[in-house]
Design a protein around this ligand. Structure first.
Ligand code: F6R
Length: 246
């Protein structure tokens, strides 16, 4: 079952989720436990990351006990490439917080041993104790992470081919669609479903149709976000525009 929570705007949604993350970290660190966060890139989580940075700077919240795993990375883009997700995360989150560098994980877009690398990524998530809270956006194709249709419920971290809709949508970051890689490495749907809690964010009218499909269509590989219906603790945080077709 997917729970939906309507927020007046994306800033309010960001504040609510950032507060939830901060409370989770505080609770777990009181008993000496780390907190494992699954993180997304793209434009949707930016207000959330800004709010986490504010909590760190102004409310002196510490993120030292946090371990992170990003969902995905473009194939062929290294950490210094301006559009790599590694660089994105450094700029918009990591360099502003006190998460130890060794605790940060992002699939290696330059890896030549993709299968081995993806298996190692899964093993690192397991070794960290699994993901406590996964932040998700959603693509207009129904992708979560870069699990484009068709993606099975038990898919694991692997190389995928990006849908042309996704390449066009993401070309705003690259300037031109020809610059957008065709492949990516992504956590699988099965990997995502193992997170103990999932918070998906979607804002704006362009997401309204896919939000309706994700919640109302029967789960199937053709719309990978529908698999989230099988998760016991998944909330969609929406503004009115993204919720308008529900
Ligand atoms: C990115 C990711 C993708 C995005 C989705 C929405 O790490 O996993 O699933 O969340 O493509 O992107 P935006 O937020 O730019 O609309």
């Amino acid at each position: 079952m997917i729970a939906t929570r309507l927020h007046p705007d994306k800033q309010s949604a960001a504040q609510a989720i950032a507060r939830e993350i901060a409370e989770l970290i505080e609770l777990r660190s009181k008993s000496g436990k780390s907190t494992v966060l699954g993180l997304a890139t793209g434009s949707t989580p930016l207000p959330l990351y800004a709010e986490l940075i504010r909590l760190h700077r102004e409310e002196k919240r510490s993120f030292r006990s946090v371990i992170t795993f990003n969902l995905d990375e473009y194939e062929g883009l290294g950490p210094t490439h301006p559009q790599s997700y590694r660089r994105f995360m450094e700029e918009h989150l990591f360099r502003h917080l006190d998460i130890p560098a060794a605790n940060i994980h992002i699939p290696d877009g330059l890896s030549k041993q993709t299968e081995r690398n993806c298996a190692d990524y899964e093993a690192s998530i397991r070794a960290a104790g699994g993901i406590d809270l996964q932040v998700l956006g959603i693509g207009r194709t129904g992708h979560i992470g870069f699990n484009e249709p068709p993606s099975a419920a038990d898919s694991r971290t692997r190389r995928v081919q990006l849908d042309e809709v996704t390449r066009r949508d993401n070309s705003v970051f690259f300037g031109d669609v020809t610059e957008v890689p065709h492949g990516a490495l992504t956590m699988g749907v099965g990997t995502i479903l193992e997170a103990r809690r999932i918070e998906l964010l979607a804002f704006g009218e362009a997401k309204a149709d896919i939000i309706r499909r994700a919640i109302q269509e029967a789960p199937s590989p053709g719309c990978p976000a529908t698999w989230l219906q099988r998760h016991a603790a998944c909330t969609f945080h929406l503004d009115a525009a993204a919720a308008k077709s529900l």
